[in-house]
Design a protein around this ligand. Structure first.
Ligand code: NAD
Length: 342
């Protein structure tokens, strides 16, 4: 009904109102780790803004939330300028949108669908880990994609993060490369999230809205001892510069990460047909409840790094990947799903 509500409103004014509303909620979410509307409500604001901008390209501004990675760089942490930008992901809201992306991808790759690496979309917070001569020297959040926050001391307390890469993995590092930046997701298992919120309630503190906000909030603590108690885990899945490793694609990278000592999610499938990809998405949706951590979809990536490079990035996301988003989970929520009046 929101569309009707604003029917006839000047698109420029509506776009500006939406941007302000989205900025406000992004601040609540990324800076305070305390959203006040559901993700579905937030996504519908973004969708409306995208639709207005698609119909009126002259209204697109460089600072529009549609043109950048949503995030925040807090002042309590030293800023880290990412040597290579960190991106978000474009979404497919249903299997039809996923099919459309696969069609576009096949077209971009000369007509045939290239092998696609399908992974769970872990509902946590992005993290970048830098190793120098095999030793962990820095951990940074995604922030706004260009600049993140230095959370090294906190990430050192996360038990599955190797402080040193395993020797077995050294052989695949390209000659002359001393620094490696690996990326992934830091998350809070469902059980730990429930325990944390139960304790918060007992102590009269505000609970976290979901495990993702709890993970982000626990990572961004002033006192690393607090982070240590929060039971965070990681799943690593990316490298900032794939030329630093002698691997050809995503599937091989995941094997290497495992060899190097990282926690890598076992639910991954290398698919060669669209039907296989759809099948994997359906299976993961069915198994969602039984997993000990939250997932909000499946990430489908063009496997081959050379192809990825050829496809490149938009202002906020790679063209070579798509997030197939699951419908929001039906459960009692702590959030008020307020109708946004702008
Ligand atoms: P996103 O979380 O939808 O997708 C991008 C992220 O997915 C990546 O940065 C990466 O960290 C992560 N990811 C997890 N598993 C991955 C894998 N296997 N491979 C690659 N990446 C993987 O995008 P976003 O820009 O971080 O956040 C947007 C989300 O935040 C939306 O769902 C939106 O609803 C929510 N949000 C909500 C509010 C609110 O007020 N409720 C405000 C802002 C944002």
């Amino acid at each position: 009904e929101q569309g009707n509500l604003f029917e006839g409103q000047d698109p420029a004014a509506r776009a500006e109102a939406l941007r302000r509303e989205i900025e406000h909620h992004s601040y609540q979410y990324y800076a305070l780790d305390a959203p006040t509307i559901s993700d579905a409500a937030f996504d519908s604001l973004m969708r409306e803004l995208r639709e207005i901008e698609a119909a009126h390209p002259e209204l697109v501004t460089a600072s529009s939330p549609t043109q950048r990675v949503g995030g925040y760089v807090g002042e309590q942490f030293a800023p880290v300028v990412h040597e290579r930008r960190m991106y978000s992901l474009d979404n497919a809201m249903d299997l039809d949108e996923l099919d459309e992306w696969m069609e576009r991808t096949a077209e971009a790759c000369g007509g045939a669908l290239p092998p696609l690496c399908c992974e769970l979309k872990i509902d946590g917070s992005s993290i970048a880990l830098t190793y120098e001569d095999g030793v962990l020297v820095r951990a940074a959040t995604r922030g706004d994609g260009t600049t993140g926050e230095d959370v090294t001391v906190n990430m050192r307390t996360v038990r599955d993060v190797p402080l040193r890469l395993r020797d077995e993995a050294r052989g695949a590092i390209a000659p002359g490369v001393e620094t490696l930046e690996l990326r992934g997701e830091v998350y809070m298992p469902k059980k730990s999230f429930e325990a944390l919120n139960a304790a918060a309630e007992e102590e009269g503190r505000a609970p976290f809205a979901n495990p993702r906000n709890a993970a982000a909030g626990s990572l961004r603590q002033k006192d690393p001892a607090v982070t240590k108690m929060r039971d965070l885990s990681t799943f690593m899945y990316a490298i900032a510069d794939d030329a630093a490793l002698e691997v050809e694609g995503q599937w091989e990278l995941l094997q290497w990460l495992r060899k190097a000592g990282f926690h890598v999610n076992p639910d991954v499938r290398l698919c060669t047909t669209a039907e296989e990809v759809r099948g994997f998405c359906r299976e993961c949706l069915d198994r969602r409840e039984s997993l000990p951590y939250e997932i909000d979809g499946v990430v489908v990536k063009v496997n081959d790094f050379a192809r990825q490079r050829a496809m490149g990035f938009t202002a906020r996301a790679p063209r070579w990947a798509i997030a197939f988003k699951f419908p929001p989970e039906e459960k009692t929520t702590l959030l008020r799903d307020i109708t946004v009046q702008v």
